[in-house]
Design a protein around this ligand. Sequence first.
Ligand code: ZN
Length: 235
Amino acid sequence: MNKLVFIRDDDVWRLTPAFLDFFNYCFDNDIPVVYAVIPARMQSSLVRFLRSQKRQKPMMVDIVQHGWRHVNYQHKDKAPQDDKYEFGPSRFYALQHRDICRGRSKMREAFENDFTDAFVPPFHGYDRATMQVVNACGFKIFSAHKREIFPRRDVVSLPVNLSLNAGDDLRKLMNVFWKQMKSPVRIVGVLGHHEKLKSLRARKEVFNFFSALKKLQKEGACRLTTFSGIAAKRL
Ligand SMILES: [Zn+2]
């Protein structure tokens, strides 16, 4: 069976040159991307831009929720880099519920039907309370770094399997990608951060990687899609 591949771009909240370069390349080349937007930070110009582009090519743009304010609540003295979180042990259920649900309300108000009901925790950080809140708020999709099983299976977990880092060249990215293609997973998630791809060279390697994915799609090896594309197939 062919693999489904999604690309997720995180930390979206304003129209910077790095964001526009990333967005325009994908949009112009018909590469679908899931944009994870930070609700408390998003600017109205970004909302207008994403909605108008999605209207032109609905299948190429997914808009999902990335935390609330994207701040780190892990104790700074103790935390190694990968233990950061906005939602985690130092935050009680009620606080997580307040922030995640008000983020969802803001997203629904701003994007209306253009919002895909998915939650992406900042820094891949979350705990059991976060999962309960995601369920209670009514999200349909959750995306972090590993597959989670939600109660009653009413939330679909779509983890990312590989990250696009600024120093990676096309060969390295393809190597990692092929490992995923050969693994038993049905869906391969690719995570990017447009702001980390500041140099032209870093962006070029990533864009070449995306073009390689398009070529693989043409050959029938995989299909590029979004969260809403995957959810539609499951219904
Ligand atoms: Zn983030």
